[in-house]
Write a protein that binds this ligand. Structure first.
Ligand code: FES
Ligand SMILES: [Fe+2]
Length: 443
């Protein structure tokens, strides 16, 4: 019998308990124990141009409104009215000074304070203390080079410490040449069948699937690759806190990309500027491809893509996906790179659909009577000597075909799942108290 809080099905850490992809108790517990204790990506600063601009998203299963304050900082508010729980903001984005609940009209300002209650005198007299009934505010919001993160946890380290050495790699997307980056307006959103961890763990460490899952798309694209193919060697990088990323040994990625000659030429120049700004190793030694910031933010470096896998129950996810481009890129290059991202990894992207197909069919079989207790093999690369080809790269480095990152991802997940959240224990105490009262009444 599997355990809802255990990722690993064996003591050696080679196999994964597959019920973590379908079990509803596991899902509820990870909302409480994983999503409440980690830094979660919310939005990009480029989505907010003036005070009152807002964007609605999720922290785990909790809907939140991210707003820009007058002082240039950001708030995140739980998007659920304190009267009957209605979503006070039903737009994806916009500008507002007050969020008025559609149900009975309570209004909240962008700090979350309850500022209007229709017909308050006749309805409540003096009995409603509006200062106690504001929207719940996310207590910590921090940013890194345009990325806005939030957490419910007041105890965990700062965002910069949480990311740690991930910033060494992240900077290749967010600030490759010292001029920073900006987000393309509008966020792609789509739903898929499959637990959120299927996306997060694949982007964290799975290069192995590409040659099989994406073979058809690769054959079509090979016609534009000028005979240049990726090497069969590369790296996976496992970092503390469950973060991971991977890529190939250096090769002429942009030459093989099939993008316009002008874009390929611009990218070659960018690589030179990256070498001047971030050093030779980051600019030249590897081509980073995929990665995950634990728990559910993932990146695709060559597609300039950042996405979040929002959990939607144990067997469904909703992806929010952004395209983040170097600020120095001219319009024609931006257009080319944006189309390249959309063709591959937006809702209609060929590679995106390849991945979704695998997660859909795996999910269809996760919850069978015979399948649910059958562990899955995550042992690739276990016990192998470290990859020493990238001495300047921080982290534990393995070869490109390895599941070290997935194992580290699930170790972190299991650590967090081992400790009940304080709200769970107080809820249990409340339930026990209520049951005791019922027993007294009945006796
Ligand atoms: S539910 Fe929002 S005002 Fe009643
Ligand atoms: Fe893929």
């Amino acid at each position: 019998m599997t355990h809802p809080d255990k990722a690993f099905a064996d003591t050696a850490g080679t196999t994964i308990n597959r019920s973590i992809f379908s079990d509803s108790t596991t899902h509820q517990r990870e909302l409480a124990r994983v999503f409440s204790r980690t830094w979660l990506f919310l939005a990009h600063e480029g989505q907010f141009r003036k005070p009152g601009d807002f964007f609605t998203t999720y922290m785990g299963a909790d809907p939140v409104i991210v707003t820009r304050r007058r002082d240039g900082g950001y708030n995140a508010l739980l998007n659920s009215c304190r009267h009957r729980g209605m979503r006070v903001c039903r737009f994806d984005e916009g500008n507002a000074q007050v969020f008025t609940c559609p149900y009975h009209g309570w209004g909240y300002n962008t700090d979350g304070a309850l500022v209007t209650v229709p017909d308050q005198d006749n309805s409540y007299g003096d009995s409603l203390d509006t200062s106690a009934w504001g929207l719940r505010v996310v207590p910590r919001i921090e940013t890194y080079k345009g990325l806005i993160f939030g957490t419910w946890d007041t105890e965990i380290p700062s965002l910069i410490d949480y990311l740690g050495d991930y910033t060494f790699y992240l900077d290749l997307m967010l600030d490759p040449d010292g001029q920073g980056s900006d987000v393309v307006p509008n966020v792609h959103k789509w739903r898929m069948r499959g637990n959120w961890k299927l996306g997060a763990e694949q982007f964290c460490g799975d290069m192995y699937h590409a040659a099989s899952t994406h073979l058809s798309a690769m054959i079509v694209e090979a016609q534009n690759s000028h005979g240049i193919m990726p090497p069969t060697t590369g790296l996976q990088v496992a970092l503390p806190n469950g973060h991971g990323l991977g890529g190939f040994d250096a090769y002429d990625y942009w030459g093989a990309s099939g993008l316009s000659e002008q874009t390929v030429e611009w990218m070659a120049g960018l690589q030179d500027r990256t070498e001047a700004h971030l050093g030779r190793a980051r600019a030249r030694d590897a081509v980073l491809i995929h990665g995950t910031i634990f728990p559910n933010a993932s990146l695709l470096w060559p597609r300039w893509n950042l996405r979040v896998w929002h959990p939607k129950g144990p067997d469904a996810m909703e992806v929010y996906s952004w395209c983040i481009l170097p600020r120095s890129a001219p319009d024609s290059v931006r257009r080319d790179l944006l189309l390249d991202y959309q063709r591959h990894f937006s809702a209609s992207g060929t590679w995106e659909q390849d991945d979704g197909e695998q997660w859909n069919y795996a999910t269809n079989s996760h919850d069978g009577f015979m399948t649910r207790d059958l562990p899955l093999n995550y042992g690739m690369g276990q016990g192998r000597a470290a990859n020493t080809r990238f001495p300047e790269f921080p982290g534990v480095i393995d070869e490109v075909n390895s599941e070290i990152n997935q194992r580290m991802f699930y170790k972190r997940w299991e650590q967090l799942m081992a400790e009940p959240h304080a709200r769970e224990t107080s809820a249990q105490a409340t339930t026990r108290h209520a049951e005791a009262q019922i027993a007294v009444v009945q006796s």
